[in-house]
Design a protein around this ligand. Structure first.
Ligand SMILES: [Zn+2]
Length: 244
């Protein structure tokens, strides 16, 4: 029985290991998103500069379209002026041409402003190019390390599952079935509980001295009356530390 209890403990360790690794593997998308978020924050200012540059570019394109329209308006006014027969037609054409040219001039000033804005942003981006490059390299390294960690965890979980399978097959059917039954019923899936200092360490229920003695002997499978876990005794943990 002692050997079987040791196998049951090993089985419990494998199960706990599998659960921990499984949780890690399930949280991969979240952990990946966290890394992305961290880099997003670091890239925030740079993205701001890129947005400024792009916005200036689009605004400039819009202004140039306006200038084009106003130039056509001015040309039309010029033609009307040439064709004017009456003083009021003549005055209206002059006014129209003036208004269009004023608009053109205002838009041209704005174009210059936008050119300056995009140039400023572009220069700042150039200055920060090494920083951007470093950021990109850091992110790549982080993801590479993360992917490797994931691979390792997947290998570890496979190994733990194989170990669990092996232990399950080695145990007598009645005992492995009992373990499975208890593990399935208990919320955290931990079917084994250490008996220490006269109590079950899983549910803290006090154990009668006779039970404690039986568990310590390890001749049979004893379960906790309260939580139903299989009790085991770990001598090395219960031993008094030397020199204390
Ligand atoms: Zn218990």
């Amino acid at each position: 029985m002692k050997a079987e209890l040791a196998q049951l403990i090993a089985l419990q360790n494998a199960d706990t290991n599998i659960r921990t690794l499984q949780a890690e593997i399930e949280s991969i998308p979240e952990r990946r998103a966290e890394i992305e978020k961290e880099f997003d924050q670091r890239a925030f200012e740079i993205r701001g500069l890129e947005e400024q540059r792009d916005a200036a570019f689009h605004e400039r394109a819009r202004l140039e379209k306006e200038i084009f329209d106003q130039k056509q308006r001015a040309e039309r006014a010029d033609r009307n002026l040439m064709a004017a027969k009456k003083p009021d037609e003549y005055t209206a054409a002059i006014r129209e041409a003036d208004a269009a040219r004023k608009q053109i001039s205002a838009f041209e000033t704005q174009v210059l402003e936008q050119m300056e804005a995009s140039e400023t942003a572009e220069n700042q981006l150039k200055e920060r190019a090494p920083e951007v490059e470093k950021l990109r390299a850091d992110m790549e390294a982080r993801f590479k390390a993360f992917d490797e960690q994931v691979k390792t965890q997947q290998k570890q979980v496979e190994m733990a599952r194989a170990e669990r399978e092996r232990l399950m097959n080695e145990l007598p059917k009645a005992i492995s079935a009992m373990y499975k039954r208890i593990a399935a019923r208990i919320r955290d899936g931990v079917a084994m509980a250490e008996a220490r200092n006269g109590a079950c360490t899983a549910c803290y229920m006090a154990l009668r001295p006779q039970i404690m003695a039986d568990v310590r002997r390890g001749d049979e499978v004893i379960t906790c009356d309260n939580c139903n876990r299989i009790l085991y005794y770990a001598p090395e943990r219960n031993a008094h530390p030397v020199g204390v």
